[in-house]
Design a protein around this ligand. Structure first.
Ligand code: FAD
Length: 591
């Protein structure tokens, strides 16, 4: 017997008249008891209205923007029919974002022998994969993680975030020391022992990856070393690997899983016209630090290319950068990039914007590169090292996803909903393989959501914002809405900026060129974006991220007492600038 029930806003504490900010369902959708139907947002928190029963949504009684309070009917639900409804895959998920693929490809069906059985299988041991595996194990699931390489940690720990930061720290110290002569303390020009520097970087990486192996063991997460591909929706075949890389041993194992999380990451994009030569490298090759070239070309003016340019320049290389777009560090606010450019003039011989590399010839005396575009020099240029840093592509097409019925886009991404489910309800996707931004901190959060949902916990990836940081010299960090985005979308914003020329700590530290900027919603005065340029910007952007997530307005930030003298107090002062009450800047002229 079906029964029509009215779903009402439950007790939401003292809040009345709260706006509906998201509706997760539409008439005809099948929902389970406790699934989120819609989201309300008060001054201080967002709250989901859960479904009181399993059923089929009949009629919506509210729309986004409506204001509601306890007892208001938000929709009607045909209750008993849902209990009889067929167990369609999307019904398992509240699907705040609709499940991305309606018609999965035909999946394989494996009936052979099985070597290992588990509740949760994680493919890939990068920051996404190990976080997912550890959270799954902590939630009580028997967990297996497959990784083709001998050390855990994926790109981030082995050939990405961590080794690059170990070298950037050294580069920053070299740079800073070189400026000290101006204040009366002169150091000799550094001598660089590349072997020891490389060993230092490897030690940093080893400490972290070794720690991960220990944590896996203490959680009883079984690691299977090999290359995994799906052979059907519940089986993966692993070609075991050996040695220091991913050489196949010839042995295979089949793992049967109840649930799986795909965390197979991404790899550097290869430009087809670049020949094979040890002097032409991607970021992994550059981090090997085999030589310090006299002249180095960086193809691609994004964060990874510019971080590596900072390292090699501090070690003594002269750098050219070629970028097809019209700016370096695309995505960051222009005013911040301008300051970064001014501080970095000394590194670069040429910064070639709106220019492409069209030909590369390897000769014994160097790599000859031909350019085309607005800034390209007329003559071919000769380099000792060429770094190609033109982006990363997801590994979605390399894991036999079609055999499991999992949809992969043409570009190799695996679409997922807000609970990290792929179109196959018991298989999840996280990290670089599910989309931009390809950043470790995004992958880790997605990992926790996927593991929790798989364990039956009601969890969503509902972060409002994901911060970005260029760990260059100086650092540039931004989060939320940028000025350009607001302009493009027509969002009405107000901007407040605090120049570090007025910061005691910045002056003392010799970085008074920096700034802190906050972007506020014009109507609510809530902070919606922020950008910092200067040393430690990456460490400070977290406060702005928290403020955005908490829905803070300028008063909340300005009235928060920050320690003095710090670079971080510039965030509070920027909010005071917005409020017109900053006493660390000249008075605002009355009109
Ligand atoms: P990955 O780290 O790519 O890990 C995937 C793992 O899966 C790999 O270990 C791979 O071997 C394994 N694998 C793939 N396929 C299979 C298979 N079929 N079977 C078994 N194993 C498989 N991000 C930041 O947030 N901050 C930074 O400062 C930063 N710096 C970076 C610097 C550089 C030079 C680079 C290249 C990247 C940087 N990133 C940074 C990006 C960051 O490294 C990635 O976003 C992050 O590693 C993605 O994590 P993941 O778990 O999705 O995948």
């Amino acid at each position: 017997m079906s029964q029509i029930i009215e779903v009402k806003v439950p007790d939401i504490g003292d809040f009345k008249d709260v706006p509906v900010i998201e509706i997760a369902v539409k008439p005809g959708d099948t929902v389970q008891a406790e699934d989120a139907l819609l989201t309300l947002e008060s001054d201080k928190a967002t709250m989901d209205v859960p479904s009181p029963a399993a059923g089929v949504v009949k009629e919506l009684k509210v729309k986004v923007g409506d204001r509601v309070g306890e007892g208001v009917v938000v929709l009607t639900l045909e209750a008993a029919a849902a209990a009889e409804a067929p167990k369609a895959a999307p019904a398992a998920s509240p699907a705040l974002t609709p499940s991305p693929a309606a018609a999965p490809l035909p999946a394989g069906s494996y009936t052979g022998a099985v070597d290992i059985e588990c509740e949760m299988l994680v493919i890939g041991a990068g920051p996404g994969g190990y976080s997912a595996a550890f959270r799954s194990a902590d939630l009580g699931m028997k967990t297996v993680m497959i990784e083709r390489y001998p050390s855990l940690g994926g790109v981030c720990l082995n050939v990405g975030c961590i080794p690059s930061k170990a070298l950037l720290h050294v580069a920053n110290v070299i740079e800073e020391a070189s400026h000290f002569a101006d204040v009366g303390v002169a150091f000799d020009k550094p001598t660089v022992d590349l072997n020891r520097l490389r060993a230092h970087k490897e030690k940093v990486v080893g400490k972290l990856t070794g720690g991960l192996a220990g944590m896996a063991k203490s959680r009883k997460v079984e690691i299977v070393r090999g290359y995994g591909v799906f052979i059907d929706p519940h089986h993966v075949e692993v070609s075991l690997t050996t040695g220091s890389g991913s050489e196949l041993s010839g042995e295979k194992k089949v793992i049967r899983f109840e649930k799986a999380i795909i965390a197979a990451g991404s790899q550097s994009v290869k430009l087809p016209f670049l020949p094979e030569d040890p002097r032409i490298v991607d970021s992994t090759g550059a981090l090997e630090l085999r030589q310090v070239p006299k002249r180095m070309l960086v193809i691609g003016g994004g964060i990874i290319g510019l971080e590596m340019a900072t390292v090699y320049s501090a070690l003594g290389a002269r750098i050219d950068v070629v970028e097809m777009g019209d700016t370096l560090m695309a995505g960051a606010d222009r005013d911040a990039v301008k300051i970064w450019e001014k501080q970095n003039l000394h590194r670069f011989d040429k910064v070639m914007l709106k220019t492409r590399t069209v030909g590369v010839t390897c000769r014994p005396d160097g790599i000859l590169v031909k350019f085309e575009g607005e800034a390209g020099p007329i003559d071919d240029q000769k380099y000792d090292l060429v770094l190609s840093a033109v982006g990363r592509s997801p590994n979605g097409k390399k894991i036999g996803a079609e055999k499991a019925g999992v949809t992969v886009t043409d570009r190799g991404f695996i679409p997922v909903d807000k609970q990290q489910r792929t179109n196959v309800a018991h298989i999840f996707g996280i990290g670089d393989i599910v989309g931009q931004p390809m950043l470790a901190h995004k992958g880790v959060h997605e990992a926790h959501v996927a593991a929790e949902v798989a364990a039956g916990i009601k969890s969503y990836f509902d972060a409002t914002i994901i911060p970005s940081v260029a760990y260059t010299e100086p650092e540039v960090a931004w989060v939320g809405v940028t000025e350009a985005q607001a302009k493009g979308s027509g969002q009405r914003i107000n901007i407040a900026k605090f120049p570090w020329a007025a910061s005691g700590r910045a002056i003392a530290n010799g970085c008074d060129y920096g700034f802190t900027k906050l972007i506020f919603d014009d109507e609510t005065h809530r902070v919606v974006g922020g950008c910092i340029v200067g040393p430690n910007a990456g460490d400070m952007i977290g406060e702005i991220s928290l403020a955005i997530e908490m829905g803070c307005d300028a008063v909340d930030i300005g009235k928060t007492i920050h320690p003095h003298p710090t670079l971080g107090e510039s965030i509070g002062m920027t909010a005071e600038v917005f409020e017109g009450i900053c006493t660390d800047l000249p008075p605002i002229r009355k009109k």
